[in-house]
Design a protein around this ligand. Structure first.
Ligand code: UGA
Length: 443
């Protein structure tokens, strides 16, 4: 099938490459000329395992095209995917200007039937807004061209995006039009082999499904972080509690890892957006507000543990920070706990020596050159002269460090761990003061 994808970000690029891989011909349109030129020369704008090879292969074989020419894209695809960003505006609502601007562009150039597909995470009611926008532009042009607007949210995870998109758990499609349903059956047939993964529903339910999924997952995390805080105060170990409750299949082991708070481009933004949507319709979303508050508090946890050990005045102190990205296998630092930690350390007068396997350039881009941030080439190089090690992200290469090197290099054998990578009793035996999450303070 012929597909066009507007917006070559995370969701758009991965979806386009995966659709091309199964044989569809996909034109990707973006307003960013540099991004388009880079992609044509094999430079991928994001770090995502498996994506570079996938994009290159499909580009070389002619199933994937990159262009800034919207008209070309609109002529090409019967299906027009909108996968542009919906960043939060100053109130936390999703800003729809990019989505509606693509809708306007499509309506300006279309002259035959099109299916316009919202792939971006958009508030309930956006499909209606897209429909109204397209209808208005077509009316201005004096055209009667037919179109449908469909919601088809994306559930991929950063760091596992290609795998998630190639082997989806479910494919949610919001449309009441049975002919459009058939088109989607054909589009996704290659991904629908073992059992039927397509779930058709009305547009609004599909839009809400995306938010409900992310908010449920964020709720699990905040709930566990709250339990971790209780465990610390009650002398329990959250890791035992986690295993104890995860073994109940109704709860499950996934997404119940306590930590230094959730980050990324999705959970914080989507929880806030659903809070705003609720407030706009006069409903107070008490659980969502608590999920958000607990998460904001949790992001201060690493700094609180440092203050607990070293006191409020950290001037002249230096901290080794391992992990800057919001989670492993990505260079994305949006809403990362490491940022909250480093800002607090700097405000208290401390310096940071940091290392991340992928996010060093991103960190440099965000914070630029500053005297109190040293980006180091290896994780070991951060340790020398540092008063403690702080772990923000659970990259695999941090899971089994050489503890002798750690105790020799650090000024004090203190580890503040935001991801519970080590067993407290072993750390104590090795002579470390180890602050984890929800496991009691080590002395
Ligand atoms: C999330 C969802 O998991 C995807 O299903 C969804 O499609 C995506 O948002 C989206 O809306 O686009 P992502 O933001 O890539 O994916 O990252 P996650 O793997 O979900 O992690 C989010 C945050 O939660 C990370 O900071 C992670 O460290 C934290 N987390 C996750 C925990 O603190 N504990 C856990 O048990 C799991």
């Amino acid at each position: 099938m012929r597909v066009t994808v507007f917006g070559i970000g995370y969701v758009g690029l991965v979806q386009a490459a995966v659709l091309a891989q199964v044989g569809h011909t996909v034109v990707c349109v973006d307003v960013d000329e540099k991004k388009v030129d880079d992609l044509k020369s094999g430079i991928i704008p994001i770090y995502e395992p498996g994506l570079t090879a996938l994009v290159q292969e499909n580009y070389e074989q002619g199933r994937l095209e990159f262009t800034t020419d919207a008209k070309r894209g609109i002529e090409h695809g019967e299906l027009q995917f909108i996968a542009v960003g919906t960043p939060p505006d100053e109130n936390g609502s999703a800003d729809l200007q990019y989505v509606l601007s693509v809708a306007t562009t499509i309506a300006t150039h279309m002259d035959s039937y099109k299916v316009i597909v919202n792939k971006s995470t958009v508030p309930v009611g956006t499909a209606d807004k897209v429909k109204a926008t397209v209808t208005a532009v077509l009316a201005e042009r004096g055209l009667q061209a037919k179109f449908d607007v469909v919601s088809n949210p994306e559930f991929l995870k950063e760091g596992a995006a290609v795998a998630d998109c190639s082997k989806p758990d479910r494919i949610v499609v919001g449309t009441d039009n049975t002919e459009v349903q058939e088109l989607f059956r054909e589009l996704y047939a290659p991904f629908n082999r073992n059992h039927d993964k397509l779930i058709f529903m009305d547009v609004r339910s599909s839009e809400l499904t995306k938010y409900a999924a992310n908010c449920m997952l964020a709720t699990k995390i905040s709930f566990m972080n709250e339990m971790a805080n209780l465990a610390e105060r009650l002398g329990a170990d959250i890791e035992n509690v986690r295993k104890g409750i995860g073994s109940d299949p109704r709860i499950g082991y996934h997404f119940i890892y306590p930590g230094a708070g959730y980050g990324g481009s999705c959970f914080p933004k989507d929880v806030q957006a659903l809070i705003r949507t609720s407030q706009e319709i006069g409903y107070q979303p008490e659980i969502l507000e608590a999920v958000e508050n607990v998460n904001m508090r949790q992001k201060n946890k690493l700094f609180e543990n440092i203050v607990k050990h070293f006191g409020n005045d950290l001037s002249g102190k230096q901290f080794a920070v391992w992990g800057l990205s919001f989670k492993p296998n990505t260079d994305d630092m949006r809403e990362a706990s490491s940022r909250v930690l480093m800002q607090s350390l700097w405000a208290a007068g401390a310096k940071v020596k940091a290392y991340d396997p992928e996010a060093m350039n991103e960190c440099q881009r965000i914070f630029g050159d500053r005297d109190d941030l040293m980006l180091m080439g290896t994780k070991e190089a951060c340790l020398k002269g540092s008063d403690a090690l702080v772990i923000c992200t659970e990259w695999n290469q941090f899971r089994a460090p050489d503890f002798d090197v750690l105790s020799e290099s650090l000024n004090h054998p203190v580890i503040v761990d935001g991801r519970n990578l080590f067993a407290p009793e072993i750390m104590n035996r090795r002579g470390f003061t180890y602050y984890a999450i929800g496991r009691g303070d080590s002395v």
